[in-house]
Design a protein around this ligand. Structure first.
Ligand SMILES: [Zn+2]
Length: 460
């Protein structure tokens, strides 16, 4: 492993510090142990992973009372650890989830086992190598080193490695906020959700997640009297629902830009080749024509940044092949822009669906306030990024999906999704086959997060 790493490290001047072999070895040992520990949903065991990571911190000299494995439910344990500072400033929280989505060996390429870390051709392969065990292992290795150095920053640095982010009913962040708020309470937090992007191996954008859309599902339900299918009536729940869904499909919420999405479109507009480039730039300036907005909206990833979206995801209806239906139902899943009113979305859906279909909310949406782009933490994120990757712009991102960051944001903690890990443009194997992270990107991410945590913890 060393020879590949040696070559990689020699190639990057900014990695001079990371080139210290012992440091790389201990990081990789922790990473391997974490990836090799089975935490796949639903049978995996995050308690085992939490215990394994706790041991590295205790070995580094953490006081036992500052390293806690909290297991509110069997096999759904969380690790919470605290590097004590002077207490001058409120804590910094480092969050990563331990659980990963399932993967089967037979679905992966030959010679790769999702349950084992494999290094091949400059990549680390394995389930969780990217989502989210890279950040988890990096946080543990970096904190252990800070402890060994006797670092005593101006804020406490809290590490939370948690359960059930991907699935399951025992979400570690939600449980900790509800039952052990004091253990993870912080002024700001670093989490997954941000990555840099390479174009042919050259960094060109560093994405930092500062906002998340909000998950909200609605049930659409139609009913009719039923009866024998040999005597059809005009009143039919399935037809009513089908017509309503047709109108819902055509429903488009207004485009609304925030400071974050404006900056996102400005950066993407400057790098996007082809016909869309001018459209994205005018969107970022708030000067887009109807046609330009239309063009950008045809690309799902841009459309999701522009507006609240709703889409039908489930459909059921009728009771028997030879009976008129008495009921038909659909689920429409919406992703609300931060600040969008769930009731407004519901009333728009109801208006489109018409009076023969009833629209009800299936969950209570939790608003997710974006992080402040003008906050000192954002400047620190940018400053360290510039030092490592000069000329690569830091681009604020709004996730169209959701991470545990939303829970923290709702609890009043400013969350920045930032990893310093770069991936080739268009490559995203999270949750997919042959999940991987480039060795070089992983080591640079470790270096970036080390510098960032030290600076933020020092209040700089
Ligand atoms: Zn994740």
């Amino acid at each position: 492993m060393r020879s590949v790493l040696g070559a990689v490290l020699a190639a990057g001047a900014c990695l001079a510090q990371a080139a210290e072999p012992a440091r790389v070895d201990s990081l990789l040992a922790i990473y391997r142990e974490l990836v090799d520990t089975d935490t796949m949903q639903p049978a995996g065991d995050t308690t085992a992973a939490a215990r394994a990571m706790a041991k590295h911190l205790l070995d580094a000299g953490f006081d036992a009372r500052d390293v806690e494995v909290i297991e509110p439910y069997p096999r759904r344990g969380n690790l919470v650890a605290r590097l004590r500072g002077t207490g001058e400033l409120r804590p910094l929280l480092l969050l990563a989830h331990l659980d990963v989505v399932p993967a089967r060996k037979e679905d992966w390429s030959d010679g790769l086992d999702p349950a084992k870390l494999t290094e091949r051709d400059g990549y680390f392969y394995g389930r969780g190598t990217l989502d989210d065990k890279a950040m988890g292992a990096i946080f543990v290795a970096n904190l252990a080193r800070m402890k060994r150095e006797g670092l005593r920053p101006r804020r406490d640095v809290i590490l939370a490695l948690t359960a059930d982010e991907e699935a399951g009913d025992h979400n570690g962040v939600a449980w900790l906020l509800a039952h052990r708020r004091g253990a993870i309470d912080a002024e700001l937090a670093l989490n997954e959700g941000g990555n840099g992007t390479w174009r042919d191996g050259v960094p060109f954008i560093h994405g930092v997640q500062v906002a998340e859309k909000v998950y909200q599902s609605y049930r659409l339900e139609a009913s009719s009297p039923g009866g024998h299918s040999s005597l059809p009536e005009r009143d039919n729940a399935i037809y009513d629902l089908a017509r309503a869904l047709d109108r819902v499909a055509a429903l488009e919420f207004p485009a609304r830009l925030s400071e974050a999405t404006r900056r996102y479109f400005a950066a993407i507009g400057a790098t996007e080749a082809g016909a869309l480039m001018p459209a994205l730039s005018s969107i970022s300036r708030g000067e887009a024509s109807v046609d330009e907005l239309r063009a950008a909206s045809t690309i799902p990833r841009f459309n999701a940044q522009l507006r609240t979206t709703c889409v039908a995801t489930r459909l059921e209806g009728g009771e028997a092949d030879n009976a008129l239906p008495s009921r038909a139902r659909a689920v429409v899943n919406c992703r609300l822009l931060p600040g969008e009113e769930p009731r407004f979305v519901q009333s728009e859906l109801q208006r489109a669906a018409g009076e023969r279909v009833k629209v009800t909310a299936m969950n209570e949406a939790h608003p997710s306030p974006p992080a402040d782009l003008g906050a000192p933490a954002m400047r620190t994120i940018e400053r360290i990024s510039r030092a490592m990757w000069p000329d690569v712009p830091v681009v604020p991102l709004m996730s169209a999906g959701a991470t545990d960051g939303a829970e923290l944001r709702n609890a009043g903690i400013a969350v920045y999704g930032v990893s310093g890990i770069f991936l080739e443009r268009g490559e995203n194997r999270m949750h997919g086959r042959d999940e991987r992270v480039p060795v070089k990107a992983f080591l640079e991410g470790a270096e970036y997060l080390d510098r960032l945590v030290r600076e933020l913890a020092a209040g700089r």
